[in-house]
Structure formats: C-alpha cells, structure tokens
Write a protein that binds this ligand. Sequence first.
Ligand SMILES: [Zn+2]
Ligand SMILES: [Zn+2]
Length: 229
Amino acid sequence: MVEKHIMDDTRKLEKEFNRIKKSTFLTLQQLGVPTVELENDFINSNIEAGNVRALRDFIWYQFNKHLQREAKDSDLQSRIYYAMAMFRFNYEEGKDVDRLKQQSIDAKKTHYKISQTGTGVVMDAKIYNSIKNCCPECTADDGKAFNLDEFLDSDRLPHKNCTCEGFGCGCSFGVVARRDENGLLIFIENDTKPTTSNKPLKTKSTSTMLQNEGAKSILSIFNVFKKKR
Ligand SMILES: [Zn+2]
Ligand SMILES: [Zn+2]
C-alpha cells in the first residue's frame, strides 16, 4: 500500500512537471527564445523529471536570460515581463506579480517614448482590457483614448484601484493615430524645426477647433485623475 502511494505521488509530480514544462517552454518560444538553445540548456542543467522546483528555477533563469538577450527591444521586454508576471501568478503563488506588471507597462512606455517621434501625426494611447469580466475601474477605461504624451507621463496603468480577482489588472495599451470627425489623420504642423522643444504640439485639421476641444476634455480628465492620486 505504502509503495503504491509513493508511486502515485511520483507519477503526479511528473505529470505536473511535464505540464509546466510544456506550457512555459511554449511561452518562451513564442517570446523568441531560440528552441535549440533552450533545449540544450535544459539538458545541461540535468534536472530530474518531477523536480518541479528546479524546473521553475530553470524557467525563471530563461526569462532573465531573454531579458538580457533582448535588452534593446523595449516592446519585447514588455511582453517578457508580462509573461513573467503570469508565470509567477500560475506557479509561484503570485510573488512579485504587481512589480512585474509595472515593469511590463514601463517597458512599453519606453518603447513608445523612443519610437513615437517622427510619425508626423497626432497619436493617442488606447487602453484595453486583456482579461474578461474586469472590475469597474478596468472596465471604465476599456477602449478609452488619451493624448499619448500625457499618457506616457502618467501612472494610469496598471490600475491602482483595480479590484479584479486573481491576477488583478491585466490592462494594457496600444497606440493609434487620432482622427478627426471625417476619419482623417491629424498632421502635426511643421512650421518650425522638427520639434525637440517642450512647446505644445500644434495640430492642423479640418476641425482644429473641435479637435482642440476634444484634447482639452481629455486633458481635464487627466488632471482630475492626477489630483485624485
Ligand atoms: Zn486595469
Ligand atoms: Zn480591475
């Protein structure tokens, strides 16, 4: 009887081990970790089948190795940090999940701070929920657009008063070109040198007045938000 129990436990652990390995290796590969290198590292680490703890350490090491490998790609770094948060949530009792989610958002902001210059059109940050059935705070922001520069300097995400269960706020953002009421792009007026100053950006469109009104109300929402902090 005792032996049978030990057998069952071993088999259970191996099953768990294989489940974690399969799902996390897939995640790592989707993030661009080279398969051959990953498999070689795994073989060289001599981890016994069923040693879940050693496997988790190995995965964590691979995440960090990939962060270093892709240190110049902030957009990818953002995805890696998010996957690390998910990993901690799924397999390590949620340790440090909030910090990792913040790092994911920060990396994405860095990406857009670097890459947004020179598009020539007015851009917005658009928030979206990535998890179904969010709390009221997350739901309220789903699909909302904010002036990109204002957004990048704000700490709107992850939502601070989020009451989503489990993983918590899983909201992220994308960057879209703002359009006027005719669906046309709004070009940044280029009357001076390419803007490197802190001068507010001028916009030109068939409905400059309306656009400015729109921008103003977005700004005032932001200011209200800032005051609350
Ligand atoms: Zn949220
Ligand atoms: Zn929430």
